[in-house]
Write a protein that binds this ligand. Structure first.
Ligand code: GDP
Length: 459
């Protein structure tokens, strides 16, 4: 029984007209509140309802029947939030649903803030924080990969792996603490070599988690990508190949001007925020220079540069490539119209500069698969199975994993230098604390608030 929270309610379905809408009520008084609004046809009161059952009945507001519908009752702890919950499914009219919610609020529930139901699920231990975050990611997923990455199985795998590693840290921690408490028994409790090998095992596990963020980030946050190259090289053609493939998720990002087009696309599973710097060839010099400057900035901020080269032109390699750490792929385009010698010259020049390249004939889509293969290879770890393996997908979790890694490294250094057990214990405690942040066993209220504020009302 949870006495910490008031009973809250919200419309859990999207705003708009639909077949049905759901008003969710959660808290100790959920059944009492519902019983003032929902009247089962059997004549019973919803306060007598059994858990995990649905009841057909009338919905009343101010003594008037406003709709008929279904109340699904979940009794604590067997509900999403862990609290008593009633979900009233009514007909999905905008005004009607608002009235049902009004009725529920006037029957004693408070309006639930954004993410409140999931926050309660986390606070009552029904979900770890990483699982709760995955629920949010699933709600906002735009690609198949994001759905797989945030699936309940994948989120559960991450929680299970974090909890396994933290249990190992805790076990080593307890053994070493015993050494401090009973120094005479040092060798019988845990030997130094044993501690080193256990620490290395733990480090391996945390390193794998931390490394998985490379893939998680590419699939969930996206890779900032700039297509550059001389006018007429085929940049727009490449941009259109990307957007044409994924037109469902193409978005014109607000604030872009006519000289840079930006869209969200996928290359295999990798999400790209891709900018096409085409259109910089305005007749007016001032506009052109603004466009070039803008293109330069886009390329400077990119994590991936796709440099399109027109192999059919006289000066194919004349292009300013910004000096950045970005992954760069040269796309040798128009191979259908290029001479064999020119092609060889281009390839040699790129090899000399250690620039990766693919040959393409973008007009007919030639080489596009290879470009996507390159991106997948560079930005994801091919050994990970998305949806099945534990993959970190948020910057918050990644920074906690890195912090845990630093503590384990310090513990290993301390062990190597023969420092006393209490110093090693302190480092392991740090690692344990950092791991607990990943699944939320040790996070501050601010962090929790920040995470749940990104959810919508009703979730
Ligand atoms: P941008 O100025 O770099 O954006 O170049 P565009 O994508 O607008 O392409 C310039 C011209 O090159 C267009 O007429 C395209 O049809 C043509 N083009 C693009 N790719 C190829 C290709 O693979 N082969 C040939 N022959 N022409 C191409």
């Amino acid at each position: 029984m949870n006495t910490l929270f008031k009973t809250v309610a919200a419309i859990s379905t999207p705003h708009g007209t639909g077949g049905i809408a759901v008003v969710r009520i959660s808290g100790d008084e959920a059944l009492e509140v519902a019983s003032r609004v929902f009247f089962p046809v059997s004549g019973m009161s919803i306060t007598e309802a059994e858990g995990s059952r649905a009841y057909y009945g009338k919905i009343k507001y101010n003594g008037e029947v406003i709709d008929d519908g279904i109340a699904t009752v979940f009794l604590s702890p067997r509900s999403f939030t862990g609290e008593d919950t009633v979900e009233i499914s009514c007909h999905g009219g905008v005004l009607l649903t608002a009235r049902v919610l009004e009725a529920v609020l006037s029957a004693g529930a408070l309006p639930a803030p954004a993410g409140e139901f999931t926050r309660r699920a986390f606070l009552s231990g029904k979900l770890t924080l990483s699982e709760a975050e995955a629920v949010g990611e699933r709600l906002y997923a735009k690609t198949d990969a994001q759905l797989r990455l945030s699936s309940p199985d994948a989120a559960g795998k991450l929680s299970a792996e974090v909890s396994e590693i933290s249990a190992r840290v805790m076990s080593l921690l307890s053994s070493l603490s015993a050494v401090i408490d009973y120094p005479d028994e040092e060798l019988t409790v845990v030997g130094r070599d044993e501690a080193v090998s256990e620490c290395e095992g733990i480090r391996g596990g945390i390193s794998r988690l931390s490394a998985s963020y490379k893939t998680g980030k590419a699939l969930s946050c996206g890779v900032k990508t700039a297509i550059i190259g001389r006018p007429n090289a085929g940049k727009s053609t490449l941009f259109n190949l990307f957007t044409g493939e994924a037109s469902a998720i193409v978005t014109d990002i607000a604030g872009t001007t006519r000289d840079v087009l930006t869209a969200e696309v996928t290359a295999h599973d990798v999400l790209l925020t891709i900018s096409d710097t085409a259109g910089i060839r305005e007749t007016d010099d001032l506009i052109e220079s603004m466009g070039v400057e803008r293109a330069r900035r886009e390329a400077g901020a990119a994590e991936l540069i796709l440099w399109v080269i027109d192999s059919a032109s006289d000066e194919p390699l004349e292009c300013e490539i910004p000096q950045t750490d970005a992954v760069t792929l040269a796309v040798i385009n128009k191979t259908d119209a290029a001479g064999r010698e020119t092609l060889e010259k281009i390839k040699n020049a790129l090899a000399e500069r250690s620039v990766d390249y693919v040959e393409a004939s973008l007009l007919s889509g030639g080489g596009f698969e290879k470009i996507k293969d390159f991106i997948r290879e560079k930005f994801t770890d091919g050994t990970l199975s998305v949806g099945r393996d534990a993959i970190i997908s948020s910057a918050r979790q990644a920074s906690a994993a890195n912090e845990a890694l630093e503590y384990i490294n310090s513990a290993l250094t301390a062990l190597g230098e023969g420092l006393p057990a209490d110093i090693i214990v302190t480092e392991l405690e740090g690692a344990y604390g950092a791991l607990c942040q990943i699944d939320g066993r040790e996070v501050t209220g601010d962090v929790v608030d920040e995470i749940f504020s990104k959810f919508c009302v009703g979730k």
